[in-house]
Design a protein around this ligand. Structure first.
Ligand SMILES: [Fe+2]
Length: 357
């Protein structure tokens, strides 16, 4: 069976395109009491961006905190807030921020129309009802969340996405100016998420010409952005993220992402930095990718955290469980016989080396 995958219906790209947001939303405002819910990363609370958000009188603005990875409990809390704001559903949910904020916007738009907790829908195609129309506006690039059919959440038992066609954004606004002031380390970690998507997609067993076409371009753009100095680097990184996301949409990620999910679940580490911590130990699987990654780290003077303290056995076992659930990732990386290669003991040994235990 070939995947019949859903894509983002509308895309705006260009420097300053954020200024068009008001016009884009105006088309969706059906009645005078129609309202939008804006979920915006709270790092922008005291910045100029706040005044550029086209808030209309009945709109709701929620500053979201993404110091930690988004959780199902936080999504439930935000959904309750947005749902209680008026007697009706919003016309749209707009996420402005990095990967975590956009994941929250996707999840809230889904949970406004689907009963229960976000934790009930972690998995594949469990969502029954279409989401509220939702818009993604990245202020960091690399995760590919702007094009993916998932919103990755930490639940009570697992870190897993709500994967569904309804999760995909209806509209994205890609304005390279919005990513130009990101802190250098966050920009690097998020950018490396894209680089790692490309390596895992291109080296995976699921590779096909569709994924390869997007993946190779994204891979080249990442190398330009992080190994060269170019005035259009923000534009290039934004398109690398989009293409990298498109590449994995028709293939899959691999060893780094599987282990990184476990790491985030166990230690609450953000996805991008978690990937970097793991990838640095994966020469065995991706020798050339790891070599280039280290070159990029050197050029950008990035020091990865190395000290994770003592991690009790019970937590380590949970991390292994989270990594092992991700069967398609292992199959893509190692083939159909992956279970004979990636045993619990092997994963444990990898975590011990990654965490310096
Ligand atoms: Fe990723």
């Amino acid at each position: 069976m070939f995947r019949n995958f859903k894509m983002v219906s509308r895309v705006v790209f260009g420097r300053g395109s954020f200024n068009q947001l008001n016009d884009i939303l105006a088309e969706k405002r059906k009645h005078t009491d129609s309202f939008m819910v804006f979920l915006v990363d709270d790092v922008f609370e005291n910045t100029g961006l706040k005044n550029r958000i086209p808030l209309n009188d009945p709109d709701m603005l929620i500053w979201v905190n993404v110091d930690h990875e988004p959780s199902t409990a936080y999504v439930d809390e935000l959904t309750r807030k947005a749902g209680a704001f008026s007697g009706q559903l919003p016309e749209g949910v707009i996420g402005i921020g990095g990967g975590s904020t956009m994941d929250l916007a996707k999840a809230v738009s889904l949970m406004l129309t689907n009963p229960g907790s976000a934790a009930d829908y972690q998995g594949w195609d469990l969502i029954k009802n279409p989401a509220v129309w939702h818009v993604g506006i990245p202020t960091l690039s690399g995760t590919g969340v702007e094009v993916s059919r998932t919103t990755v959440l930490i639940g009570p038992e697992k870190k897993l996405g709500i994967n569904s066609d309804h999760t995909v954004f209806d509209q994205i606004v890609l304005d390279p100016e919005l990513i130009s002031n990101a802190p250098a380390d966050q920009r690097f970690y998020t950018g490396m998420d894209c680089y790692i998507h490309c390596v895992e997609s291109l080296k995976g067993t699921y590779i096909n010409v569709f994924s390869q076409s997007y993946g190779e371009k994204a891979f080249d753009l990442c190398k330009e952005v992080f190994l060269e100095d170019n005035p259009e680097n923000d534009d290039k990184l934004m398109m690398a993220s989009y293409f990298g996301g498109m590449s994995i949409a028709y293939s899959q990620v691999g060893v780094c992402h599987a282990l990184s999910y476990g790491l985030s679940f166990g230690l609450g580490i953000h996805h991008g930095i978690g990937n970097c911590i793991v990838f640095d130990h994966l020469e065995e699987f991706y020798p050339q990718g790891v070599r280039e990654f280290r070159e990029m780290m050197k050029k950008h003077d990035i020091q990865l955290p190395r000290d994770f303290g003592n991690i009790e056995d019970e937590k380590l076992e949970k991390m292994i469980n989270v990594a092992l659930i991700l069967e398609p990732l292992w199959e893509n990386a190692l083939g159909t016989d992956w279970k004979s290669m990636m045993t619990r003991d092997k994963i444990k040994a990898l975590y011990i080396s990654i965490l310096g235990l």
